[in-house]
Design a binder for this molecule. Structure first.
Ligand code: PGA
Length: 252
């Protein structure tokens, strides 16, 4: 049985003090969350968030990680360093990293391996652009991203690997994939994982949906058989709205 995950990605928002205030509110609003709740603050707010969340069920993590363990990589932070600062997971290959910062599948693959080596959960993001979907290439694109990014992974890593399907055309645009479109891709992702790692690994893997998730659409998304949670951007910035998303209380 897959335990749902609701993850928040704050992107370039919130100082350490703002993060602390957020956690104080969220802890009061949702003292006993049913799903697992992950939050990725900006790096400078990671330690504040870790301290603010330590007496709660909320888990903090990073929005990115370096592909290398150490060396001459100015501005980068390794998986081991993130773990020391309190991160239990890292978002890998987010479309903003791929498209704005030019991250390749090869780099994403190395980052997944670094997280596994450091025993933190990689949340591997995959998803097609609008033009790829218009050209009916979305399934091919997502399968390729999975195959390339998971080259260094093994069956046993699936107690930690989380996948997030985030269609690029739905991120920050207010356009959500319909539950049917999302479910179809999630099922395709699970089949691809099964081809690569076998039935058990595919069945145990949590696949999150991301792209304009909010309290008004979460319940319907969560009712889909292969949607095991959400990766939430904009709507994760407000504690009251995020609390409603965590308490979608429907389906699983
Ligand atoms: P959004 O972002 O919820 O603001 O669309 C999702 C994401 O980028 O993870």
């Amino acid at each position: 049985m897959r335990k749902p995950i609701i993850a928040g990605n704050w992107k370039l928002h919130k100082t350490g003090a703002e993060a602390e205030a957020f956690f104080e509110k969220l802890k009061k609003l949702v003292p006993e969350p049913k799903p697992r709740v992950f939050i990725a603050p900006p790096l400078t707010a990671l330690s504040n968030s870790y301290r603010a969340a330590h007496d709660s069920h909320f888990v903090v993590g990073a929005q990115n990680v370096c592909h290398a363990e150490s060396g001459a990589f100015t501005g980068e932070v390794s998986a081991v360093m993130l773990k020391e600062a309190g991160a239990q997971f890292a978002i890998i290959g987010h479309s903003e990293r791929r498209h704005i910062f030019g991250e390749s599948d090869e780099l994403v693959q190395m980052k997944v391996v670094r997280c596994l080596q450091a025993s933190i959960f990689p949340i591997l993001c995959v998803g097609e652009t609008e033009s790829q979907r218009t050209a009916n290439k979305e399934k091919e694109v997502v399968a390729k991203q999975l195959r390339e990014a998971l080259r260094g992974a093994s069956k046993d890593d699936f107690n930690r690997i989380v996948i997030a399907y985030e269609p690029v055309w739905a991120i920050g645009t207010g356009k959500t994939a319909t539950p049917e479109i999302a479910q179809e891709m999630h099922a395709h992702i699970r089949i691809t994982l099964e081809e690569m790692f076998g039935f058990e690994s595919a069945e145990s893997c949590c696949i999150l949906y991301g792209g304009s998730v909010k309290s008004s659409n979460i319940a319907e998304l969560m009712r889909q058989a292969d949607i095991d949670g959400a990766l939430v951007g904009g709507a994760a910035l407000d504690a009251a709205e995020f609390a409603k998303i965590i308490q979608y209380n429907e389906g699983k």
